[in-house]
Design a protein around this ligand. Structure first.
Ligand code: HEC
Length: 137
């Protein structure tokens, strides 16, 4: 019986260890089917403004007010919140960002329940806007 418990404990530790290394090393890639989705609000000024409102109430604590991933709660996350102005992010499709906001990962919350799909698209619009502001130097 004791041996069995030791085996179970070790197995659990091994599974947790592997799950952790996966969170740290794995790239986070959205299903390819999302890459072809079209943002219904692309370049829509009103949608950008609405996305900004949500971003500045819900997302900034981790991602920072300018989207650099340096919000006050960022110190407590591992990995760090994504920099929404980075080249990596700029290279992703709108659909991929929508999927990530919808599903979440680790400490990045899933917003499928909290925000409607339209609101999530508007957040994508605003993230694009953050990227534009940063690249104009
Ligand atoms: C509690 C902290 C926290 C909050 C709040 C948060 N995020 Fe995140 N976010 C993260 C972390 C951490 C990651 C990185 C996850 C990973 O790569 O494992 C992330 C990643 C992302 C990504 C993926 C970027 C990439 O590299 O592709 C997007 C998009 C994103 N967040 C959008 C949002 C939006 C929009 C909101 C608000 C509605 C939000 N996040 C709120 C912590 C947070």
């Amino acid at each position: 019986m004791r041996t069995l418990i030791i085996i179970i404990v070790m197995l659990t530790a091994w599974i947790i260890f592997n799950a952790n290394t996966q969170v740290n090393n794995d790239g986070w890639v959205a299903p390819a089917s999302y890459d072809t989705l079209k943002n219904p609000f692309a370049n829509n000024e009103k949608a950008i403004a609405e996305g900004k409102k949500i971003y500045e109430s819900t997302c900034w604590s981790c991602h920072g007010i300018t989207g650099k991933g340096d919000g006050p709660a960022a110190a407590a996350t591992n990995p760090k919140p994504a920099d929404h102005t980075s080249d990596k992010l700029l290279s992703e499709t709108d659909g991929a960002l929508l999927w990530k906001i919808t599903k979440g990962k680790g400490q990045m919350p899933a917003y499928e329940q909290l925000f409607s799909k339209q609101q999530r698209w508007k957040l994508v619009c605003y993230i694009r806007e953050l990227g534009k502001n940063q690249t104009v130097k």
